[in-house]
Structures are given as structure tokens and as C-alpha cells.
Design a protein around this ligand. Structure first.
Ligand code: SAH
Length: 475
């Protein structure tokens, strides 16, 4: 049996252990993105980039199987059982892990379970946090003349536990850089043990927390001071600690520039499929972005009436356009069915979606809101209008404003989309200050527990004074 996917017999399921990298979504590999897009089932851990799941199929089963933090805890046996069960049922299962799947990720154990069960698997390496966080902090883990070896080490939260047994003498004598993966609470015990075992207390040491993420932070000190230095600035997990002469290079090689939005946390509430381009732009400006889709787009079950009797079609979103064309295609029609009508788009995004289907909107208002559409339609003659709009949300549109009757065709429903255990959800729980970007869905988003303050950043044209903004309800 081959270890690769090519060895799988047709129809049988298989598993891909995929490394999602250290946090920056730009560090996901091309192979990782391709498998995420193909997967039937994705079993994911806590420390994966928020954006990693954005490219998953809409019908993929996304299951959180994280092990740390205050969130839900999924025992290892249950994760393995799920993986085996889904693969046996014929699914392509992506087992998505932070960093590299075979570096402190229990990927090896899970692969052994698959081998024992006769299920094929492949392994997609990821950039491991120890290397990536160091690089983003300007610390080369090897450097000619300073370090010609590097050790990746995991230290248990509680160094007294038997599984934490490390050979401290050997580590202290290691001729190169030591990179520890661990919770920040371990630092005092760890540095004391290394010094006791003979590692010089004046050796440079650095802690890099949230490496490669917008909130990355580096603290530089010596082995003797690093625990106190990190505690003084309140460094939080996840973090790695680099011990060795190379750590001092941080002072010269630090290259990460804080963007104009550094320090801001922005929740993007658009439906998942559309949030990533906005999220990417915000991240490029240094914001910490939480993709927390507050809406999910689903086609309504109502039937689309024949378009011929309508002489005005109002499209109120790009999603509406997509669903309208899906409906038309399903009954063998295309853009020509709209030929007899004036086509109005609520804004440029909707107009673009129409253009992608070969239809140039006749009317696009200057203000991209329902009232703007009403103004833009002032001179348009029509007798029957079809308004493609979201269900459960009264569309204030031209016909209504003029007191005329419009047939409303709900083409999309709204529903909550953030899934329990979603990394976005897990992360919002710990934020002291959240900036909410209400884009697309102007829904009241509940302020997450633990978040003391939330500002609303409405879209341009809807700028509001934060002080006047509706207070967010506590959950
Ligand atoms: N398989 C992962 C490691 C999992 S163990 C990998 O290859 O990176 C989890 C530990 O990794 C955390 O306790 C922390 O020490 C480290 N870690 C993960 N993401 C990190 C990040 N963005 N910055 C710093 N350390 C990180």
C-alpha cells in the first residue's frame, strides 16, 4: 500500500494530514489550500489561521477537534475515531493542524492509527511555529559562526509531570539554538533548570508570541531575565522561546513593520465566501481580523416567477444575482430572460455580479442603499417590478416608496453561520476591545463575553460617531 493518495483504491476514503502554518494565512502552502478546497470533511485544531477554512466547500463538514484553551475539548481517541469513520465512509478527510502536522501535533500517532486500519494517507508539511515565529522576529535559527544546529523542544506546562521528562543536562550542553514550544507559564522553571544544568545565564533569549500574526510580539532578554521580561509585558500564549546567541540578532534584523491598523481588531461579518478579500486587505494594513460570518446565504424555497411580465428588476446584492442566475439556469434560461426589463443594481458590487453574467445594469444609484435606489429610479417608467432581496428583511424599494405594488421574490435567507468551536468564535472570547466592521450584513452582532468595549465601524457613507452607536448587547 502506498502512503500517498495515489495508492487509494477508487471510492475509498483517505486522509491528508495538512499543516496550516503558524498563523499568517499567507503561509498556507499551495497544496494545503488545494486539499482544503477538495475536502469532504475537515477536522481542525485551535491554532490554525482563521482564514484557513475560507476556501472549504460550502457543503464540507467542518469539525473542531481542538485540545487546548477554554473552548470545547475533544479527546484524542474521539478525533481518531471520527477520522477513521469518515475515511471508511469514503470521504476525503483533511486533518488540519497548526504549523507542521508532524511537529508536536500528534500527527504521527494519528497516522499510525490509519496505517493500522489500512487507510491511505498523505502528509502536507507546514511551516512550523518555531521556525516561522523566529523568522518573523528577525531571528535566524542557524547563523554561520553563531549556531550550526537547532533543537525544537516541547516542554509540558507542568515540568514535574513524567511526560515532561527532558534531559536538561543534554539540552544545556546542546551546541546550538534551543527553540521551546510551550505555554508562557513554563518559562521561569525552564530557564532555571537550564541555568542549573550549566547553560550561561547571560546567553541571549527571546520570546515570540503570536508569531506571524498581527499581534506578534517579541521580548528580548537573557536566559536569566527572560521569564521576568516576558511577565513584565504580559506575554500571552501561543509563544515560542529561542535561547542562543542568534536571539540577539532580533535587535538588528527585526523587519516587521506595524501597519496603520496595528492594534485594531476587526470582526468581518460578511458571509464566509465573501469575507476573505476584505479580511486580506485589512490584515495587510496590520489589523487583527476575525472572520465571524453573521449571515449565511441560502436559496429560498419559493419558486422564481417567470420574468417576462416584469419591466423592472431590482437586484439588491451580488448574492441575489448569483442565486437568481442559478434559478434561471435550473429551468434552462439565461440572461436573455431579462431582456425586456430595466435592470437596477443597488451598488457597484451587484452591478459587477450582473456584468459577470453578461448583463449591464441600466440603473446604479450613487448612494448604495435602498433610498439611493429609490432616487435613481425616479424617472423610470414601470408597471411591474421584481425585487430580488433577502427574505425576513423588508426591502424598502422604489415600488413601495411610491405606494405601488411590487412582487417580492425572496432569493436568499439569512441564518447564523459561525459554527460552535469556530476558531473565530474561540478567539473573540478573549478580546478586551473589538472593532466591529459591519459590512454587508448590518445585523446587531452580540458583543462577545470578555470583550469590554466594541466600536462599530460602519461602511463609508454610514459613518457614525462611536459614542452614538447602538450599545452592543451583552450575551
Ligand atoms: N504543530 C505545531 C506545534 C503545535 S504545539 C507547529 O508545527 O508549529 C503548540 C505550540 O506551538 C504552542 O504552545 C506554541 O508554543 C507554538 N505556537 C503555535 N503557533 C504559534 C505562533 N503563532 N507563535 C508562537 N508560537 C506558536
Amino acid at each position: 500500500m502506498s502512503a500517498g493518495g495515489a495508492g487509494a483504491t477508487a471510492g475509498s476514503g483517505r486522509v491528508a494530514f495538512v499543516g496550516a502554518g503558524p498563523g499568517d494565512p499567507g503561509l498556507l502552502t499551495a497544496r494545503a489550500l488545494a486539499l482544503i478546497a477538495l475536502a469532504d470533511v475537515i477536522l481542525y485544531d485551535r491554532l490554525i489561521p482563521d482564514q484557513a477554512l475560507a476556501g472549504a466547500r460550502a457543503d464540507a463538514e467542518l469539525l473542531y477537534v481542538g485540545k487546548q484553551g477554554g473552548g470545547p475539548y475533544v479527546p484524542q481517541e474521539q478525533t481518531e475515531a471520527l477520522m477513521l469513520e469518515r475515511a471508511r465512509a469514503g470521504a476525503l478527510v483533511v486533518r488540519l493542524k497548526g504549523g507542521d502536522p508532524f511537529v508536536f501535533g500528534r500527527g504521527g500517532e494519528e497516522a499510525l492509527a490509519l496505517r493500522a486500519a489500512g487507510i491511505d494517507f498523505e502528509v502536507v508539511p507546514g511551516i512550523t511555529a518555531g521556525i516561522a515565529a523566529s523568522a518573523y522576529a528577525g531571528i535566524p535559527v542557524t547563523h554561520r559562526g553563531l549556531a550550526s544546529a537547532v533543537a525544537l523542544i516541547t516542554a509540558h506546562e507542568d515540568p514535574e509531570k513524567p511526560e515532561a521528562a527532558l534531559d536538561w543536562d543534554a539540552l544545556a550542553a546542546f551546541p546550538g539554538t534551543l527553540v521551546f514550544y510551550m505555554g508562557v507559564r513554563t518559562l521561569p522553571a525552564l530557564s532555571a533548570r537550564l541555568i542549573d544544568a550549566g547553560r550561561p545565564g547571560d546567553q541571549p533569549a527571546a520570546v515570540v508570541s503570536h508569531g506571524t500574526l498581527p499581534e506578534q510580539r517579541t521580548v528580548l532578554g537573557t536566559l536569566a531575565t527572560i521569564a521576568a521580561d516576558a511577565a513584565a509585558v504580559g506575554v500571552r500564549a501561543p509563544a515560542i522561546t529561542v535561547i542562543g546567541e542568534v536571539a540577539a540578532l532580533h535587535a538588528q534584523l527585526d523587519w516587521l513593520e506595524p501597519g496603520p491598523l496595528a492594534g485594531a481588531t476587526v470582526a468581518v461579518t460578511r458571509a464566509r465566501a465573501q469575507s476573505s478579500s476584505l479580511a486580506t486587505r485589512l490584515r495587510a494594513l496590520g489589523a487583527s481580523v476575525i472572520e465571524a460570518p453573521a449571515i449565511r446565504i441560502v436559496a429560498s424555497t419559493d419558486e422564481l416567477p417567470p420574468l417576462a411580465p416584469f419591466d423592472l428588476l431590482c437586484l439588491t446584492s451580488a448574492n441575489g444575482v448569483e442565486l437568481l442566475f442559478e434559478r434561471l439556469a435550473a429551468r434552462g434560461e439565461d440572461a436573455r430572460s431579462m431582456a425586456g426589463a430595466v435592470v437596477a443594481a443597488i451598488g457597484p458590487g451587484t452591478a459587477r455580479a450582473l456584468r459577470d453574467h453578461g448583463v449591464i445594469a441600466d440603473v446604479v444609484p450613487e448612494r448604495f442603499v435602498a433610498e439611493g435606489l429609490i432616487e435613481a429610479l425616479a424617472g423610470v417608467e414601470f408597471s411591474r417590478v421584481l425585487i430580488a432581496r433577502a427574505a425576513q428583511r423588508p426591502a424598502r424599494c422604489a415600488a413601495r416608496a411610491r405606494g405601488e405594488r411590487g412582487d417580492r421574490e425572496p432569493v436568499r435567507d439569512r441564518g447564523r453561520a459561525a459554527r460552535p468551536g469556530d476558531p473565530a468564535r474561540a478567539r473573540t472570547g478573549r478580546l478586551p476591545h473589538l472593532h466591529l466592521l459591519l459590512d454587508g450584513a448590518q445585523l446587531p452582532l452580540r458583543r462577545p463575553a470578555g470583550c469590554r468595549h466594541a466600536d462599530r465601524l460602519d461602511r463609508p457613507g454610514h459613518q457614525r460617531d462611536a459614542a452614538r452607536a447602538r450599545p452592543e448587547r451583552q450575551p
